[in-house]
Design a protein around this ligand. Structure first.
Ligand code: NAP
Length: 539
């Protein structure tokens, strides 16, 4: 053991991040008998639901599938108030789980992990933090989140602006008073849409800077009563089984409907029926052709475009709000509530930054090629360095001191099923590139599956008296080839978005999430476990 190793606090595993996955990681690794140390930059648990407390933040997955499954007691005692709960309720749920299972005692909060270095000799990780901690651990679980490294585009003279600038992913806990204020929102992804529809009635004046218009689905969000909740709790076991068997970890799945064989009226009625569910079921619970076949995709695109247009009073504004450069569902489809009606309000203005680009920030606001707009507050709903950002912001060093950041920059992002990386033994990840969890999954379904697999793998290494496990180069290359093959069967690589890494300048363009289905991914993971990690190097 090196000097640094022996001076360090000794644990079996370090878990980075106290979100959905990190909390579960602590729980599962503890169950396997490991001594664990968690680190979390925030003041408390919650991850995404801790940081993204912007106005209107809420889930796009139904509450009854956005939960943990490991405790029947937890399922029975927790009451969801509505189908798509807002951020405070989800955060409260995660706090409840943390209290009930005493998750907090193994986390050190307000602490950022700065570096994690693999010691080839000791076969252990040394983890260091911004608070001066040095911890030695056999295993490292990076549950740092797929959408947790905020992206702030480099706008010219950004620093000159005298008003307030806030990124949605770092929203102040004390909230923001919008009354009478001139507010600008940059970005119209899932986040920007939720912000705009929520603050439009509160602000003095709202200017929305849109680059790419998105397809959306109107959310149907009924409140639950006791009978609803009793029904959902009674069906929880079956629901757990169901979400583990579907393409995207939701309760709905691809249907066999032959939409193209229908006459136009029947087809419209079918689309309306799927649309009326008010969930992502219109997208990933309709027919798989929507993501694979240009002509089917065009039918969906046309349908949603007509729905959008019908709600916007000014046809010129409608022209801007209707997507014109990609097909439906080839980027994330947000759910919305009265988003389009916001643009019918006299105090809301839409600026297409494609037509009139942002030139610079000024002391008083934002100048586009059309002129200056005075603003008191600018909200950056500009997204995240998805999948890799939170991992590469930590100085991770694998075998021979290899930097993960440099490795991915030089050789492209590589992982084995988003779970491990060749050259980085005993490091595990959740929601990382090339797993369905990275984008094509109801996140809690896939995170729990990944953490279960990781905990079993760690347990296997310990029980067989081994010290380290990592995927071999061959299995990693095979997975990447399979990943690309599946990705290229879909229409997604044709469109720019964080799904392709194209929202970050210089990021290699490759579909971040595995598109072969969460249920198939699960089967591959189960098979690997059954075959005692064939293709992995176990030392
Ligand atoms: P996003 O989807 O990446 O959207 C970022 C927005 O900022 C886009 O409209 C983008 O335009 C715009 N933008 C970025 N840089 C810009 C620039 N330099 N100038 C002008 N506009 C710029 O990020 P997000 O909305 O935060 O959502 C990320 C993901 O988080 C979602 O896809 C979803 O998976 C998750 N999320 C989920 C929920 C939910 O479940 N309800 C809510 C929010 C977020 P372009 O499109 O042209 O790049």
């Amino acid at each position: 053991m090196s000097q640094v190793q022996s001076a360090a606090k000794q644990v079996d595993a370090v878990v980075v991040g106290a979100g959905f996955a990190g909390m579960y990681g602590i729980q599962r690794l503890r169950e396997k008998g490991l001594k664990v140390q968690g680190f979390e930059a925030g003041h408390s648990v919650g991850g995404t639901w801790y940081w993204n407390r912007y106005p209107g933040a809420r889930v796009d997955s139904q509450a009854y599938i956005y939960q943990y499954w490991f405790s029947d007691e937890l399922i029975k005692e927790w009451d969801w108030s509505e189908r798509f709960p807002a951020q405070p309720e989800t955060e409260k749920y995660l706090n409840h789980v943390a209290d009930k299972f005493e998750i907090r005692k193994d986390f050190q909060f307000e602490t950022k992990v700065e570096a994690a270095k693999w010691d080839d000799g000791a076969k252990r990780w040394t983890v260091t933090t911004d608070k001066g901690d040095v911890v030695s651990a056999q295993f490292l679980l990076m549950s740092t989140g797929g959408l947790s490294a905020p992206l702030v585009p480099p706008f010219k003279h950004h620093e000159k602006f005298k008003g307030q600038i806030i990124h949605t992913g770092r929203w102040p806990k004390e909230g923001v008073d919008f009354a009478g204020k001139k507010v600008g929102v940059i970005g119209t992804g899932a986040t920007g849409i939720q912000v705009v529809q929520t603050i439009a009635p509160q602000v003095g004046q709202l200017t929305v800077y849109q680059r790419t218009a998105n397809y959306t689905i109107p959310m149907r969000n009924p409140k639950y009563d006791d009978a609803d909740r009793a029904g959902l709790k009674a069906g929880a076991k079956a629901m757990h089984k169901r979400v583990n068997s579907t393409f995207a970890g939701f309760d709905y799945d691809w249907q066999a409907t032959d939409l193209m064989a229908m006459d136009p009226e029947a087809r419209e009625a079918q689309l309306n029926e799927w649309f009326a569910d008010g969930s992502l079921g219109f997208w990933i619970g309709s027919i798989q052709g929507v993501l694979m076949d240009e002509s089917i995709n065009a039918v969906f695109s046309d349908f949603v475009k007509r729905k959008i247009r019908a709600r916007v009073h000014d046809p010129k504004v409608a022209d801007l709000l209707v997507p014109d450069d990609h097909g439906f569902g080839t980027r994330r489809v947000p759910l919305e509530t009265k988003y389009y009606e916001a643009f019918n309000q006299p105090n809301v203005k839409l600026v297409s930054v494609k037509k009139t680009p942002i030139v610079e920030f000024t002391e008083r606001g934002i100048r586009t090629t059309e002129g200056e707009q005075e603003l008191d507050i600018v909200i950056f709903a500009t997204g995240f360095d998805a999948g890799t950002g939170a991992l590469t912001r930590v100085d991770v060093r694998g075998e021979g001191g290899q930097s993960l950041r440099d490795d991915w920059n030089q050789h492209g992002i590589h992982t084995t099923m988003g779970l491990q990386v060749h050259g980085y033994p005993n490091m595990f990840m959740t929601m990382a590139p090339y797993s369905p969890a990275a984008a094509f999954c109801n996140v809690p379904t896939c995170l729990q599956q990944q953490v279960d697999w990781i905990a079993d793998c760690v347990d296997y290494v310990r029980k067989t008296g081994k010290q380290a496990i990592q995927p071999g180069a061959e299995i990693e290359n095979n997975w990447l080839a399979h990943h690309d093959e599946v990705a290229n069967l879909t229409l997604v690589p044709k469109t720019n978005s964080w799904y392709m890494g194209s929202n970050v300048e210089g990021k290699p363009r490759r579909l971040l999430a595995y598109a072969g289905g969460a249920q198939n991914y699960r089967a591959v993971c189960d098979d690997l476990k059954a075959k005692q990690y064939q293709g992995f190097e176990i030392a």
